[in-house]
Every structure is written in C-alpha cells, then in structure tokens.
Design a protein around this ligand. Sequence first.
Ligand SMILES: [Zn+2]
Length: 352
Amino acid sequence: MSRRTRFYKFALNSLYYTGAHRALKGRFGGVGALLTLHHVQPDRPDDGFAPNRILAITPEFLDQTIRQIVALGYDIVSLSELHRRLREEDFRRPFVSFTLDDGYADNYTYAFPIFRKHEIPFTIYVCTGLMEGSVDQWWRTLEGIVRQEKRIEVELDGVHRVFTATTTRQECRIFDTIYWALRRMPLELQLSTMQSLRERYARDRDGARFRAPVLTWEMIAQMDDSGLLTLGAHTVNHFALAKLSDDEAREEMIRSSALIEQQTGKKPEHFAYPYGDALSAAQREFKMAEKLGFLTAVSTRKGVLLPEHAEHLHALPRISLNGDYQQARNVELFLGGLPFALFRGFRKLDVN
Ligand SMILES: [Zn+2]
C-alpha cells in the first residue's frame, strides 16, 4: 500500500469517527451518486505489490454494499431513471446507480449474479477495442513487467531512466513513475514507449500475456435478457480523449456507439470517458458527448450528484468503489459527500 493510500485511510477513519459526515450529510450529501466499479472478483493472495488492485472489489463487498445502500435509504436506479430524476428535479428520495467500466468477463461471472439476486439495475460501459483484444491493457502489462524485472530501462520524456527495485515500496514507486509519465505523454509517444517496454521485458508484442478476460457479446446478451443491464459506450481504443484531435475524439465516440448498436440492436444512450480525470476529458469532450446525443456522460472526477448537475449531464462525477477501501464505513462516508468537499476545498461543482 502506498504512503498516500495509508494517509487517505487514516483521514477517512478520522472523519468517520468524528461523526462529521452524519452531521453534515444534508449539506454535502447531494441528491444521489454514481458508483464506479471495474473488476469484481475473489481476492487474490496479496504479495504486496498490486497497483491495479484499486480496480477490483470482491463479490462479497459488492453484495454487502448493495445491502448497505438500501439500508441507508437510497433507491438503486438505472441510468435512464437517474437521468429522469436529475432532469425533472425528482429528489424525493436519494438515489445511487452502479456503473462498471471497460467490460471485463468477471462482471458477468461475479457481479451479474449479485445484481440479479437483488434485482438491481446496472450499467456496463464497454470499450469495444478491449473486447476485441485490439487494445492493450497496458496498465496490467506495466504491473507485470515491474513485478517480474529487477531492473528496467526506459526512455521517459527524452531522458534515459534506469530503475532498480528490491522492495515492494520501490516497485510501487517505479510503477507510479512510469504509469504517470505514460499517462501524461502525447499519445504517439505513450504508445511507442509502451511498445518498447513490452518487447524488451514482456516478450509480448500484442499485450495478450497480462490481459484480463473480457466480456463476449454472448455474455452481454444474457445479461441484457435480465432487463437489468444498460449498455454504455466507452470508446473503441480507450485513449484519453483530450490527447486526440476533434475528429479523432468524435470518431471514438461515434464508432464505439455504432459497433455496440450493430451487435445488440440498441444504440447506447450513455457514455463514459476513458480514464475520466480532468486531464483526459474536459469541456471539449463534454460538449462533444452532448452534441452526439448521449443522454449522460460520466467522468471519474470524484463527487456526489447535486441538483446543479441537471445542467451538466455530460460531466457527471462518480465515486469509485476502490479495492483499497473495501469497508462499509467508507461507502457511507463517500455517499455523504464530505470527503470530496474536504479534498476539493468545498468547491461544489467540478465541471470545467
Ligand atoms: Zn476504462
């Protein structure tokens, strides 16, 4: 666990035990929340270095979270119902909507049975290139390389870097350094840097070695039959849209939507920006998603839903159910909205 994670855990615990989140719920709790999940899978043995663990929660935690949210008095709603409530200012009851990004097979294997058991609507934003295997899950490849290599040489931002790791803490630091350098690079450079890392260390030209299994259209059809699934678009190539030209970014949205429609007969009405932070999606992308006719589009900017978001339906914030924070009290804290208000300095809307 990184030092930062430890700090946040400490801060969240302190917040919880002061009870401040309950006292201030009316002020920061908003009218509802969107939850972000990626993987739902049984826990793997913890070898200390697992930077992508933040993207995975266990089936038990999902089950427990659903019960807890219901017990806290929230309605669990589909995205179209969430959209309706925001548009019509129907805030009589607080609401939560579950969303899962990318389209991993574990969504079908582990999450779907739980949603079905509770009859909970849910949304999966599928990235069509990930589904077809044409897109590298480079964050997993990078984790695999850092785990396996004692020494990594790589050119980052024009500087030849040599990393050596003997401890878990060093591995975490190396992963973070390379990961964020890649995220901040122009796209071409990011792709070629990752390609050279892969060829040099992973002996894995197409990224298959560390790939997590993805959904098939057959799995999607079965989930769709339950009437609980909303399928959303999440681009073709999982690029940070802000790194693309206008045309390229628009093309990513249009093509992914068209491919989903081709396969399912339904045109997706909802969209999620890949990565979804302020560096990856902002005003230009929000306007684009709106113009292309998506009813809503979600980011990964952190926060609860406020009545004002009715005017910003293509810049909706979400709360990540993060593998490093799988505790009931954190879910209650996050839904209360206070942590985001605190970490963001009480600026209410984050939509630019
Ligand atoms: Zn994604």
